[in-house]
Design a protein. Structure first.
Lengths: 195, 89
C-alpha cells in the first residue's frame, strides 16, 4: 500500500479528500480500535472517537498554528487516547490509569489540544443532532443561517408563504434543541459545568 | 419560563425584537441564570451549525464507514500491545 507523508495527509484532511480519508481509516483505525476495545470500549466507541480525532486534527490545521513534531499516526493516536480518557472520566467511571494520565488535564503541554477537544465536544453533539434532522429541516435551517431572504427560502423549499417558512424554522430548531437536551452526553456536560 | 419559547429566544438572538423588549430581556438575563444559559445554548448551537466545512467533513467520514469499511480484517494481528486502563469498579 502506498504511504503518504504528514504534509500530504494533513492537506488531504483539509481538502476532505476522500482517498486520503480512506487511507487514514485503513492505516490508523485498527490500532485505535484495539486500544479502545482493550480499555472498556466497544467498536462503536472507537468509530466515534476516531471520527472526532480527525475532526480535531482538522480544527488544528485550520488554526494555522499546527506543526507536527511526530508522525501523523502518533499524533492522531494521542488525540484519540485523550478523547477516550476524557470520555471515561466524564462517565465518571472509576478507573486507574497505568500511564500518568489522570493529570493530563493540568499538563501544560496538553492545554492547547484540550481546549480544542472541549470546544469540539459540544459542537460535535450539536452537529450530530443536526445531521439526524430530516433533510427538509437541515436545509431550512441552513438557508436561514446563510441569511437567504425569507421570500427565497419559501420559494426554494416549496413552502406556501414566508410565514410558514418561519414557522418551519422554529419547529426545526425546537426539535433540534429538544433532542440535544435529552442526550445523555449533553446532560453529563451540563452537570459538569454546573459542578 | 413560558415566554422564553424557541420563537422568542430566536428572535432575541437574531436581533428581531423591538429595542425596548430586548432591553428588558437583557435585564432578565442578568438575574435569571436559567435564561442566560438557555440563550448561550442557542447561540452556541447556531455557531456550531455555521461550521459548514466541519459538517461536510463529518458527512464524508460517515460515508466512509457506511460504505463498508471493515478495519478488523486488516493489520490487527500486527499490532503491539497498547497501554491499558484498569477498571476498579
Amino acid at each position: 500500500m502506498k504511504h503518504y507523508s504528514n504534509d500530504k495527509i494533513l492537506q488531504g484532511i483539509l481538502q476532505k479528500d476522500n482517498f486520503i480519508l480512506q487511507y487514514v481509516y485503513n492505516t490508523y483505525f485498527p490500532e485505535i480500535n484495539l486500544y479502545i476495545l482493550r480499555n472498556n470500549g466497544v467498536e462503536e466507541d472507537a468509530y466515534d472517537i476516531f471520527q472526532e480525532g480527525i475532526i480535531i486534527v482538522y480544527r488544528k490545521i485550520k488554526d494555522n498554528k499546527f506543526f507536527l513534531k511526530c508522525s501523523f499516526g502518533t499524533y492522531l493516536y494521542s488525540v484519540c487516547r485523550l478523547l477516550w480518557l476524557k470520555q471515561l472520566r466524564q462517565k465518571r467511571t472509576s478507573f486507574i490509569v497505568r500511564e500518568k494520565l489522570p493529570l493530563y488535564l493540568k499538563d501544560k503541554k496538553y492545554q492547547d489540544i484540550i481546549e480544542t477537544i472541549e470546544k469540539n465536544e459540544r459542537y460535535s453533539l450539536y452537529q450530530k443532532y443536526f445531521l439526524k434532522l430530516g433533510k427538509d429541516c437541515q436545509k431550512t435551517l441552513q438557508l436561514f443561517l446563510d441569511e437567504v431572504p425569507l421570500k427565497n427560502i419559501a420559494r426554494l423549499m416549496g413552502y406556501k408563504n414566508e410565514k410558514y417558512a418561519k414557522k418551519k424554522k422554529y419547529r426545526c430548531k425546537e426539535t433540534l434543541i429538544n433532542n440535544i437536551k435529552q442526550d445523555k452526553e449533553f446532560i453529563e456536560l451540563e452537570n459538569k459545568n454546573n459542578d | 419560563m413560558k415566554k422564553y419559547t424557541t420563537k422568542n429566544i430566536d428572535r432575541y438572538i437574531q436581533n428581531e425584537m423591538p429595542p425596548s423588549k430586548k432591553q428588558q430581556w437583557e435585564k432578565e438575563r442578568k438575574s435569571d441564570k436559567k435564561l442566560d444559559r438557555e440563550i448561550k445554548l442557542y447561540q452556541e448551537i447556531e455557531e456550531a451549525l455555521r461550521e459548514k466545512d466541519i459538517i461536510s467533513l463529518r458527512i464524508a467520514l460517515l460515508r466512509i464507514i457506511k460504505t463498508g469499511y471493515s478495519p478488523l480484517k486488516k493489520k490487527i494481528h500486527n499490532l503491539s500491545e497498547p497501554s491499558q486502563i484498569t477498571v476498579m469498579s
